[in-house]
Ligand binder design. Structure first.
Ligand code: ASP
Length: 340
């Protein structure tokens, strides 16, 4: 029996750390080290391992991820697993989902507990990711699943998964949709298929993105009680010097901001795309319930782009990608409308 060819691409992160002389964990392990720690992998798959970088995911760049996506697109294999840090996995996985369309499993995984601890989760997560990549249901539905994340024996859609805790083992969840599958014993138990229409609509607009384009910095601003809007003032007055090409606004409730900053937002939306996303972390925003100067009705009329149910971190990834692809304002509105 020929085993599935699974390509592991290691980026770095806690899963790839080792202690230095002082005991502090430093990036160090490569893809071969990660594979060597789990001898069982050789029975499940024909494993190829490649070290792409040795950086924490908090320091990854959009450019690096575009290069990674190009690499994944070109691989002649039956499945791809990216190992990385947990800090930005919810963003990197979503970006790969936007950039890579393949009919083989593409999986991101990581570790919360480093290899020097008594019970590191990296080896178990890598084993689980390989099991998922080799599983017949996952392989048959690879395109319908999109890029997936495998953490602590659960499988999540990259477009929904969130890091919900900074340290504990069960740090990942998909609060809006729940997991797509679970691992039990040596089996993958399918639970659901994701709704892919918004990702597919975005991909149609984004096109092949063969030229990765130039960095398009997007600022993420979290709205909070009595926010005075000084940063918005600076953005309005010095947008060119600051370099931001777009703004994501994590708004209160169904899409609200403090009344005192509504005029500034109206000004800002005239000079740069401003996407409104739920501060609550996800769930569809309102469109036509509340009136008043800083309600969803007023903000939509003022030209703010409605981010729908997309988490603010994911909305920022999507806006950067739209701007890189050179989409104009109506096209960007269209892309975000699909998440309404
Ligand atoms: N700071 C690390 C990273 O994201 C944390 C981790 O891997 O869990 O690379």
């Amino acid at each position: 029996m020929t085993l599935p060819r699974i390509h592991i691409l290691a980026l770095g992160g806690t899963i790839a750390t080792r202690p230095d002389a002082s005991g502090a964990m430093q990036m160090g392990l490569g893809a071969d080290d990660l594979v060597a720690a789990v001898p069982l992998l050789a029975q499940l798959a024909d494993i190829r391992a490649e070290t792409v970088s040795r950086v924490g995911s908090h320091s990854l760049s959009f450019d690096q991820l575009h290069a990674l996506a190009a690499k994944i697109k070109a691989l002649d294999v039956d499945g791809v697993i990216v190992t990385q840090g947990t800090d930005t996995l919810e963003e990197t996985g979503f970006l790969l989902d936007l950039l890579v369309e393949r009919d083989i499993p593409v999986i991101v995984t990581a570790a919360m507990r480093n290899p020097a601890l008594t019970s590191p989760d990296g080896p178990g997560n890598l084993l689980a990711a390989v099991r998922v990549a080799c599983d017949p249901w996952v392989r048959a539905h690879a395109k319908a699943l999109g890029v997936i994340a495998v953490m602590l024996d659960e499988v999540y859609a990259a477009s929904d998964v969130l890091k919900i805790h900074p340290t504990r083992l069960n740090a990942f969840a998909s609060p809006q949709t729940g997991p797509l599958a679970a691992l039990v014993e040596d089996r993958v138990v399918p639970l659901s298929l994701p709704v892919r229409a918004p990702v597919e609509a975005a991909r149609r607009r984004l096109g092949a993105l063969t030229d990765i384009g130039r960095e398009q910095p997007v600022a993420l601003l979290w709205m909070a009680l009595d926010e005075p809007g000084y940063l918005l003032e600076v953005l309005v007055d010095h947008r060119d010097q600051l370099g931001y090409r777009g703004i994501v606004l994590a708004a209160m409730g169904g899409g609200h901001v403090p009344e005192r900053i509504a005029p500034l937002l109206t000004q800002l939306a005239e000079i740069v795309p401003v996407v409104v996303s739920p501060r609550a972390g996800g769930g569809p925003l309102l469109q036509q319930t509340y009136g008043g100067p800083s309600s969803e009705i007023a903000l939509r009329k003022a030209g703010l782009i409605w981010g729908g149910r997309l988490n603010p971190l994911k909305a920022r990834v999507l806006l950067e990608t739209c701007l890189r692809a050179g989409l104009d304002r109506p096209a960007i509105v269209d892309v975000f409308d699909a998440w309404a």
